[in-house]
Design a protein around this ligand. Sequence first.
Ligand SMILES: Nc1ncnc2c1ncn2[C@@H]1O[C@H](COP(=O)(O)OP(=O)(O)O)[C@@H](O)[C@H]1O
Ligand SMILES: CC(C)(COP(=O)(O)O)[C@@H](O)C(=O)NCCC(=O)O
Length: 326
Amino acid sequence: MLCDCKIIKGEDCHGASVSEKNIIKATGGGAFKFADLFKEKLGMTLDKVDEMNSLVAGANFLLKAASHEAYTYMDGQKEYVQIDQNDLYPYLLVNIGSGVSMIKVDGDGKFERVSGTSVGGGTFWGLGKLLTKCKSFDELLELSYSGNNRVIDMLVGDIYGGMDYSKIGLSSTAIASSFGKAVSEDKDLEEYKPEDVARSLLRMISNNIGQIAYLNALRFGLKRIFFGGFFIRGHAYTMDTISVAVNFWSNGEAKAMFLRHEGFLGALGAFMSYRKDGFADLMAHHLVEQVPTKPSRNAGGGLNNSKILKDGNENISIECTMQLSN
Ligand SMILES: Nc1ncnc2c1ncn2[C@@H]1O[C@H](COP(=O)(O)OP(=O)(O)O)[C@@H](O)[C@H]1O
Ligand SMILES: CC(C)(COP(=O)(O)O)[C@@H](O)C(=O)NCCC(=O)O
């Protein structure tokens, strides 16, 4: 993941030498992998910033500076959660990129990567590409919209003759085994609709991430779980599945929260690291925010000290401009 900002040490654009101009902050594996390529092809030096540090710095900044950053998503309803800055920590940050990192955040620069899973966004895209022949991630995601996972997933009802297994809290419609129906059905891949395959895959991966995230929150007594990373992309079905998983495993005690700028945490955090390099004047210069039109109401359950704003307007925007002053 690369930060697209440019820094000129202590001088304005016109005063800086070419070599100074061509240094950019970069984070993630790409900062290491492509460093030589950037140097060779573009004459640019990548100043590497640790990925976990960047993710946490980006998330902390957004959660503190933008009042309409975090939201819950359930049954097609998006609700903004306004978080009291003094009651932000500790929280669990779940970053779903190619793989998944779960980070317990205790403050600015205070965090520990407590867990992770290799079953993440790359798994959805990789397996999806093989199974459906989709040519792009967006195509696969789009396809999953129209699919029905029950065609391939083995449900509790499929095992229990249409009945719930209520004694252990499982309804007949709960997934007992992702892709499990393919075991007993004498069908080739081509006989399944690609949209059903895409839907089962998305559900399997999102469910799994939601479950592992909740168990880690439980492990450390964390009441808030924020999900970020480019895998989510504000996709309704992904968020709904993660929310259902967190809700199911926590018996309704915890709620998954998503971030509006989910895919840019690392880049933002890397940008903010200029401050540590002696740019004391780097500041959030201005924050322009259009507030959703609907009134706020208090949240219940595990979201104490937070205010929820119902999102009545998908066009609301938060514009953060960071500026360097001389
Ligand atoms: N247009 C896209 N092309 C490829 N992957 C995408 C796209 N949109 C979302 N994704 C998802 O985002 C994941 C990568 O997320 P990202 O946060 O950028 O992680 P990484 O840091 O590993 O690059 C992919 O594995 C895929 O699931
Ligand atoms: C290695 C990574 C930190 C790289 O981050 P990414 O590019 O996937 O966003 C991530 O893929 C990850 O945490 N993988 C899971 C590894 C594991 O805990 O099993």
